[in-house]
Each structure stands twice: as structure tokens, then as C-alpha cells.
Design a protein around this ligand. Structure first.
Ligand SMILES: NC(=O)c1ccc[n+]([C@@H]2O[C@H](COP(=O)([O-])OP(=O)(O)OC[C@H]3O[C@@H](n4cnc5c(N)ncnc54)[C@H](OP(=O)(O)O)[C@@H]3O)[C@@H](O)[C@H]2O)c1
Length: 257
């Protein structure tokens, strides 16, 4: 059975995805910082399918433990970089953004996904596997006050696009899940009633569609994957691998959606 690593799997989209993968027969190595919540939630998932490795994705030792635990389960075929950091709440303007906070946001949202990818790239290549980097519309829309988180997700989008070009045998996706009724969303909108936002479970079929259909590497919006239309990647064709910025020509405008 294939093995998935899902970061940030104690609640929200990560937990919902880990549950769905386990139900589909995947084995899952799941992490989150708070061990008790992670173990309590995972205890409700199909027995034996999900192992928990509590820790912080920014910690190199934890990342190594997570990957080792995944390898014990079998062949790693999916890395889902889902754990994320919003930053201060309410979010400050960029000119007022405390530098240590900005560094912390980038550490979780950009550097840790790259580091985890580096650790498992050989596993993924041997399995013709998949990376799902969970992005946001804040990666492509210039919302005031979202400069820390949004720019980190823009960097994650570009990391995903370049990895997809560098490794054409893999599928590397940046997935914009859309608004979801989660702790992070509440953190982003302190004091607001977010009960009209969809549950994270509604996004899981979009993740599963990426895994089953294996469209080209690129940036996808969950809403587009869920409406049944043909998947449309928002990034350049992997056949451009090796082209430099001066000879690659203009990038398709579809990236900016
Ligand atoms: N919710 C939205 O409206 C929305 C919109 C666009 C994009 N997204 C993206 O969707 C993804 C999932 O977000 P969500 O809304 O489901 O968030 P969530 O409900 O707050 O869950 C976040 C998960 O990540 C874990 N986590 C946070 N920091 C971590 C770290 N440093 N190391 C390991 N685990 C960590 C959390 O557990 P611990 O706290 O115990 O570590 C938790 O399991 C994120 O990438 C987010 O940026 C969300």
C-alpha cells in the first residue's frame, strides 16, 4: 500500500485528508506539534493505517523522524505539505511586520516544505509520486494585511512550479483550497463569525482528484477541481525543464488566478 506523509494532520484539512487517505487504503505518517490532540484525533481513524509523529516541521530532527516513520510503513508516494503558520493575528501591514514573525512564517510555509521534499525526493522519484503543497488565494491576490502569509504562499507556489519542472516524472501541485472553517481561518478573522465557510472535508475530494487523475504539475484551485471540469494547471509545461529565465519566454497568464 502506498504511504503518504501529511503534515499538520491533527485538525482541519490535514486531518480530513489523512482520514480519507486511510479510508482509501493508504498508510499515513502524520504530524502536528501538539501530541495529545494529534494522537486523540488519529485514534479515531482506521486502525493501523496512520502513525503519529508529533513535532514541528521547522525542526530538522523531527522531519527526519517523520520520514523514517513513513519509510517503515512502505513506499512513500505522497508528501502533502499542509502545516502552515498564519503569523500574528490580526495580521500587521508589511511595514510593521516583526521580522522574527516573518521569518517564522517563512520557516513553516516555505523552508520546511522544501526541506521535507529534499528528504523524500528519492522515495518519490522511485514511486513516480506526488507532492501537494497547500497554498492559498493570498498567494496570488494582494490582500492588504496578508503580506507575510501571502508572500510565503507565493514562494511556495513558485517552489512547487520549479520542482515540477525539475522533476517531470513527479506530480507537484500547489493546491489553493479556498476558505475553510478551521482554527487557522478563525485566527485570520478574529472575532468574526466564520460559520458560513465550508468545512475542510469539502476540499478533500479535490486532493483525491489530483491523486487519481494525476493532471500535469501546476497550481490548482480546489473549487475548479470540484466542479468536474478538466483540471487546468496554472504553471508552465514541465517540458521547459532546463530553460533559463531569459530563454523560457513569458509564463502563461493562468498562474495569476
Ligand atoms: N482555512 C482556510 O480558510 C485556508 C485557506 C487557504 C489556505 N489554507 C491552507 O490550508 C492548510 C490547512 O490549514 P487549516 O485551515 O486546515 O489549518 P488548521 O485547522 O489550523 O490546522 C493546522 C494544522 O497544522 C498543524 N501545524 C501548525 N504548525 C505546525 C508546525 N510548525 N509543525 C507541524 N504541524 C503544525 C496544526 O497542529 P499544531 O497546532 O498542533 O501544530 C494543525 O494540525 C494550510 O496550509 C493553510 O495555509 C487554509
Amino acid at each position: 500500500m502506498p504511504v503518504a506523509i501529511v503534515t499538520g494532520a491533527s485538525r482541519g484539512l490535514g486531518l480530513a485528508t489523512a482520514r480519507a487517505l486511510a479510508e482509501q487504503g493508504w498508510s499515513v505518517a502524520a504530524d502536528a506539534r501538539h501530541a495529545a490532540q494529534l494522537r486523540d484525533e488519529v485514534a479515531r481513524l482506521p486502525a493501523g493505517r496512520v502513525v503519529t509523529v508529533p513535532g514541528d516541521v521547522t525542526d530538522a530532527r523531527h522531519r527526519a523522524e517523520l520520514v523514517a516513520a513513513a519509510r517503515e510503513l512502505g513506499t512513500i508516494a505522497l508528501l502533502m505539505n499542509n502545516a502552515s503558520r498564519l503569523g500574528p493575528s490580526p495580521q500587521p501591514g508589511l511595514a510593521d511586520y516583526p521580522e522574527p514573525e516573518l521569518a517564522a512564517v517563512y520557516a513553516v510555509n516555505v523552508l520546511a516544505p522544501v526541506a521535507l521534499t529534499r528528504l523524500v525526493i528519492a522515495d518519490l522519484l522511485s514511486a513516480s509520486g506526488t507532492v501537494v503543497n497547500v497554498s492559498s488565494d493570498a498567494a496570488v491576490e494582494a490582500y492588504g494585511g496578508w503580506g507575510g502569509y501571502g508572500s510565503s504562499k507565493a514562494a511556495l507556489d513558485q517552489v512547487s512550479a520549479i520542482l515540477g519542472v525539475e522533476h517531470p516524472s513527479l506530480r507537484v501541485y500547489a493546491l489553493d483550497p479556498g476558505d475553510m472553517r478551521t482554527d487557522m481561518h478563525q485566527h485570520a478573522f478574529p472575532g468574526e463569525d466564520i460559520s458560513d465557510r465550508p468545512e475542510p472535508e469539502t476540499v478533500v475530494p479535490a486532493v483525491l482528484r489530483l491523486l487519481s487523475d494525476r493532471p500535469p504539475s501546476g497550481r490548482y484551485r480546489a473549487a475548479d477541481l470540484l466542479d468536474g471540469s478538466p483540471p487546468d494547471p496554472g504553471t508552465p509545461d514541465p517540458s521547459r525543464a532546463g530553460s533559463g529565465p531569459t530563454d523560457a519566454g513569458p509564463m502563461p497568464a493562468a498562474a495569476a488566478r
